[in-house]
Design a protein around this ligand. Structure first.
Ligand code: NAP
Length: 494
């Protein structure tokens, strides 16, 4: 059994607690590795190492920092197949998707590396004579990065690479369900030449290790992706300490299929959005808002296609839908199916966990599930289930579709299928989400566009895209007076 340590100050070390935890393959329930449970002392050690790392890295010219990232991207490219296979074993999603996850990490690494030569500020004039004004970007300091399990390498890379390009040092805690891919990413950065102390990795439960990172006074900013509940707690703690915090939280993403939609296209998009990654994407389609005129035909075709989806181990080429991540998640999905039935929704297909005895599948598998007759205020239409469960809500107009789509506390991704260009543009204007797709599913972000949500999904920050570096930088205004005398702004007006 492979054992992994904590990574502090450029070295792999054991934790101070002496405790370990197992990392399990959700498709087979086999143990993949043994990990360290870090303690508060280890977080403190990681912060001390990050202080030394910051001294060095923040003074390294950004194009030089970028060279490390370019090398890391090339190493990842070389290891893509190996990383993807490992990820399927650790997290469960099918190989095509884990290859995509690694590719996303490669893309953001190249993107952030490119930003190394684009650390642009602004120059402007002064209201006074012989005075020059500009802005420069400065790193924040030590940043705490906390990631979820559903994109085991892409989400860490979305945080780590821009944070490094901007000159910060890092204390990173991956999700306890997917630590191996995080460790591989750190190994890649070290092979690429990142100096010791610049990235430090601590593994262990969010409730202790994550909390210690959030509360550490010398960590200047937290970047967190995970659930709304945890995000709210983190935001409260950071507010008390006046600490910067960027949050990427849950979703209840709607796809609208209008009566004028290309139904073949919409069908492929809905299936991929709802059941890709076993519905465990923050951008997964969990509500299908269907125009009543196409309700019967579209629902029949959706069911026929859902029936053909093959559930199984993501390593097998025939598998369409892999396992869910863990037992707690499996039980949560089961609970929501019961809630949906009790609320009066009609279960059309699925709704059960897959029995290991009769199926030969020993892991955490759940049938792709579709509900119809779902009311917009039912809990299955409001709360994030994070599994292969789709709720169909019928509407009779474009206006009603938008109203239903916006009737949620979340605001990450939305999609509309329509051939009416006016309605497509109106949807872009009116849907209250950070991302809107037209004639494409709710999933499929690209790294050069900003990623994030509104309302309960986030707190205004965006990851990747043009905002990637800003998330991890301070903007400083600089005034250079070469008049040789005291000039008073707003007072010396001549
Ligand atoms: P989670 O339970 O909130 O955990 C996320 C991370 O936070 C894990 O590393 C976890 O550690 C850690 N953590 C837990 N409690 C903590 C605390 N009190 N203080 C600090 N860290 C803590 O979320 P999850 O179930 O792993 O992830 C699924 C959620 O993430 C869904 O809601 C999904 O929508 C959201 N998500 C959002 C985006 C986006 O960009 N908007 C992307 C992907 C996922 P442990 O693993 O040790 O518990």
């Amino acid at each position: 059994m492979q054992e992994y340590g904590l990574f502090i100050g450029g070295e792999w070390t054991d934790s101070s607690t002496g405790e370990t935890f197992d990392d399990m393959n959700p498709a087979t329930l086999e143990n993949l590795a043994v990990l360290q449970v870090a303690g508060i002392d280890d977080v403190n050690r990681a912060v001390e190492a990050a202080k030394a790392g910051f001294e060095l890295w923040s003074k390294t010219p950004p194009p030089k920092r970028a060279e490390v990232l370019f090398r890391a991207a090339r190493i990842m490219q070389r290891q893509k197949e190996e990383l993807a296979s490992l990820m399927t074993q650790e997290m469960g999603k099918v190989l095509a998707e884990t290859r995509g996850d690694v590719q996303e990490a490669i893309d953001i690494t190249y993107y952030a590396a490119g930003e190394g030569r684009r650390m642009f500020g602004e120059t402007t004039t002064s209201e006074l004579r012989d005075k020059f004004c500009m802005t420069v970007l400065r790193p924040l300091g030590i940043v705490g990065l906390i990631a979820p399990w559903n994109f085991p390498i892409a989400i860490p890379a979305w945080k780590i690479m821009p944070a490094l390009a901007a000159g910060n040092s890092i204390v990173f805690k991956p999700a306890s369900d997917t630590p191996i891919l995080a460790i591989k990413l750190v190994e890649i950065l070290m092979e690429a030449g990142l100096p010791p102390g610049v990235i430090n990795l601590v593994t262990g439960p969010g409730g202790t290790v994550g909390k210690a990172i959030v509360r550490h006074p010398d960590i200047r900013a937290i970047s967190f992706t995970g659930s709304l509940e945890t995000g709210k707690w983190i935001m409260g703690e950071c507010a008390k300490a006046m600490k910067r915090v960027s949050l990427e939280l849950g979703g209840k993403n709607p796809v609208i299929v209008m009566d004028d939609a290309d139904l073949d296209l919409a069908l492929d998009g809905v299936l991929w959005g709802a059941f890709g990654t076993t519905g465990q994407r923050c951008t997964a389609t969990s509500r299908l808002i269907l125009h009543e005129k196409v309700r019967e035909e579209f629902t029949a075709r959706l069911l026929a296609k859902t029936r053909t989806l093959r559930v199984g181990d993501g390593l097998l080429p025939e598998t369409d839908v892999g396992p869910v991540i863990n037992k707690a998640q499996l039980e949560k999905i089961e609970r929501y199916v019961r809630i949906g039935q009790e609320e009066g929704a009609t279960l059309l297909i699925g709704g059960k966990l897959i029995d290991p005895e009769s199926s030969g599948l020993s892991g955490y598998f759940f049938e792709p599930t579709v509900f119809t007759d779902v009311g917009p205020d039912m809990r299955i239409a409001q709360e994030e289930i994070f599994g292969p469960v789709l709720s169909i809500i019928t509407v009779s107009s474009f206006e009603e579709a938008i109203e239903v789509a916006n009737n949620t506390q979340f605001g990450l991704s939305s999609a509309i299928y329509t051939e009416n260009m006016g309605n497509a543009f109106r949807a872009v204007e009116q849907l209250e989400t950070g991302i809107t797709y037209v004639n494409a599913p709710t999933i499929g972000a690209e790294v050069h566009l900003p990623f994030g949500g509104v309302k309960g999904t986030g707190n205004g920050f965006r990851e990747a895209g043009t905002d990637a570096i800003r998330e991890f930088s301070e903007v400083k205004a600089v005034y250079i007076d070469y008049s040789g005398k005291l000039q008073k702004a707003q007072i010396d007006t001549d």
